[in-house]
Design a binder for this molecule. Structure first.
Ligand SMILES: N[C@@H]1[C@@H](O)[C@H](O)[C@@H](COP(=O)(O)O)O[C@@H]1O
Length: 324
């Protein structure tokens, strides 16, 4: 990892270590919020300190009672310019919280507003450990190790160096299927996504950012556990589902949803995270790496749809084009 990133992460982790943390807040919008939510999931699973995710504007308007000097607020904005997130950083800081901004732009308004900055490289040829996932996972497992030291977090931090290979291998292994998926589904007007645990946020991100924002395909991200409490009534032979079968404690929830969906729909695509390649990752650490690897694999499914629909992922009608 680049020295710049090591230093930034160390500074942020030391700040967390030096305080008596009462709660963590993860604050961002859209895809950035979904990315942060993986950290929230791990903190909730590993620590007894409460943590929660907010979309930036709600965070400011709700003004959570627990927000104060003993709070750690982690904000993320890819561009560093999303106004709601910049406002949330200023707000959290005014409440005395420790603020950590994660962004690809260190000169951005978000990074200027927050106390600590953690930068990542984006599509510039850097190794994956310096990219968004490598840097963010290093921050989260650094925080976990600082708050509740455990040798397994040390091993996660070391094995994150395999991310580059894991991304490449898994992208290669799933490319053909993702491309085929795009071909098979290019005429679909609606595609539901499903997932649970850390993967629910990836379903959300796939629905909101990739299908709705970038491909203009109607969608809804359904939690596998919630499927049976309303949404499953929509299931029929011609209703498409893209279901993430996670690698973690909530996998049984996904299996139950898949069993049902496959019984009544002919259009169920399952992305099984347990079948991905985890070379270099200890057996007991797979749960931590699955969400990191699944992200790049899922992106290829969107690339497959873009290729076959002829709708590039870069096209927007409203976003960043007008006041809203
Ligand atoms: N699809 C984009 C996301 O990718 C982005 O994360 C979000 C916020 O933008 P930023 O991350 O720059 O704050 O806007 C949209 O939702």
């Amino acid at each position: 990892m680049k020295t710049e990133h090591v230093n930034q992460i160390t500074e942020a982790v030391n700040a967390v270590k030096a305080m008596d943390v009462k709660n963590f807040y993860f604050v961002a919008c859209g895809g950035s919020m979904a990315s942060l939510a993986t950290g929230d999931y791990f903190l909730n699973r590993e620590l007894d300190i409460p943590s929660r995710v907010y979309t930036s504007n709600e965070f400011v308007h709700v003004d959570p009672k627990g927000l104060g000097e003993n709070s750690v607020v982690i904000l993320r904005s890819h561009s560093g310019t999303t106004p709601e997130t910049v406002e949330a950083a200023k707000f959290a800081r005014s409440k005395g919280a420790v603020t950590i901004a994660v962004s690809m732009e260190v000169e951005s308004p978000l990074c200027q507003a927050a106390e600590y900055v953690v930068h990542y490289n984006y599509k510039d040829g850097s190794d994956a450990i310096d990219g968004e996932t490598g840097v963010y996972f290093s921050l989260i497992f650094g925080i976990l190790n600082a708050v509740s030291p455990n040798e397994k977090y040390d091993r996660v931090l070391k094995q994150l160096s395999h991310l580059e290979n894991l991304f490449e291998t898994n992208k290669k292994n799933t490319f053909d299927r993702a491309f085929e998926y795009g071909k098979e589904n290019k005429r679909e007007k609606i595609i539901y996504t499903m997932g649970s645990g850390a993967y629910y946020h990836q379903a959300y991100s796939f629905t909101s950012c990739l299908l709705m924002e970038m491909l203009w395909i109607h969608s809804n991200a359904i939690h596998s556990g919630e499927f049976f409490h309303g949404p499953f009534e929509i299931t029929d032979f011609d209703v498409p589902f893209l279901i993430i079968k996670g690698d973690g404690p909530t996998r049984p929830l996904d299996e139950r949803a898949i069993n049902f969906a496959e019984k009544f729909s002919n259009k169920v695509e399952v992305v099984d995270v347990a079948e991905l390649d985890y070379t270099g990752v200890d057996e007991d650490l797979r749960e931590y790496f699955g969400p990191a690897i699944a992200g790049v694999v899922l992106r290829q499914y969107a690339d497959g749809l873009a290729e076959h629909t002829g709708h590039p992922l870069s096209v927007r009608r409203y976003m960043w084009k007008m006041e809203y």
